[in-house]
Design a binder for this molecule. Structure first.
Ligand code: BEZ
Length: 249
């Protein structure tokens, strides 16, 4: 279960970074736009300032509840992206930091395609190949040292190569007009517990069957171990690699 308060308080970078995506989306008054994986709705609300009509969907009930409470004029729906088909199509779909949570990429792409009008545009950003590899490889090592089995990274996330995701989009009818995979070291809020907080918020599945006192110790060990590579200027940085794509139906 996602914790909407922890997300907003310590991981606001998720929506802060999404802001420059909005200029690429170029929303216009009167357009109908779907925010595919809206989280707590901050970017949905920002896009709505263009005068476009926004609908936000998210698989997490807690996120949708928090979004609806804060942004009452926008319609938010709890739905899984890969099975959400609306009755009226959209001019554009915006998706920030969501598609790496959907382990069946073609199902998500097919749903997005169905939800767009012909000529409609898709603008997405997600974790790409090598995303958070330093954090997760270190976590795997520490889990193994503590007697737990290494889990495949795909248990939790899908971080595709640029070519792979572009291929899936084209195979499902999209025309890809822009694709870029880039490093985006992401400063974590708390200088003392940045990596611990990140693991707490996002990597829960790796700790599913581990007693809480051990979890605390494992998170602490991971943070200590990545310090050499991921700590500078008084902050931890998550080693994010982002895939940004524009495509047209
Ligand atoms: C990401 O935005 O890249 C991400 C967020 C949480 C977990 C994994 C990746």
């Amino acid at each position: 279960m996602w914790e909407a308060n922890l997300y907003r308080k310590k991981h606001g970078f998720v929506f802060d970074y999404g802001k420059d995506l909005i200029s690429m989306l170029n929303p216009k008054a009167g357009e109908r736009i779907l925010d595919f994986g809206c989280g707590t709705g901050e970017l949905t609300a920002e896009i709505a300032q263009s005068g476009a009509e926004l609908v936000g969907i998210d698989a997490s009930a807690a996120m949708i509840e928090a979004a609806q409470e804060q942004f009452k004029a926008i319609k938010f729906i709890q739905a899984r992206g890969e099975s959400f088909i609306d009755t009226v199509q959209y001019d554009a779909i915006f998706s920030n930091a969501t598609l790496h949570w959907i382990l069946n990429p073609e199902a998500a792409i097919s749903a997005m395609y169905s939800n767009l009008k012909p000529g409609g545009r898709l603008l997405l950003e997600m974790g790409g190949k090598g995303n958070v590899a330093i954090i997760i490889d270190t976590l795997q090592d520490v889990l193994e040292e503590n007697g737990y089995v290494k889990q495949s990274k795909t248990v939790n996330w899908y971080f595709p190569k640029l070519g792979t995701y572009s291929y899936f989009l084209e195979k499902n009818g999209f025309k890809v007009t822009f694709a870029h995979l880039y490093d985006r070291p992401t400063q974590l809020n708390d200088p003392e517990t940045g990596i611990i907080d990140w693991l707490t918020m996002f990597a829960g599945k790796y700790f599913a069957d581990i007693p809480e006192n051990e979890v605390t110790e494992i998170r602490r060990t991971v943070q200590d171990r990545v310090r050499d590579k991921l700590y500078r200027d008084g902050h931890f940085y998550a080693d994010y690699k982002r895939l940004r794509i524009c495509a047209i139906k």
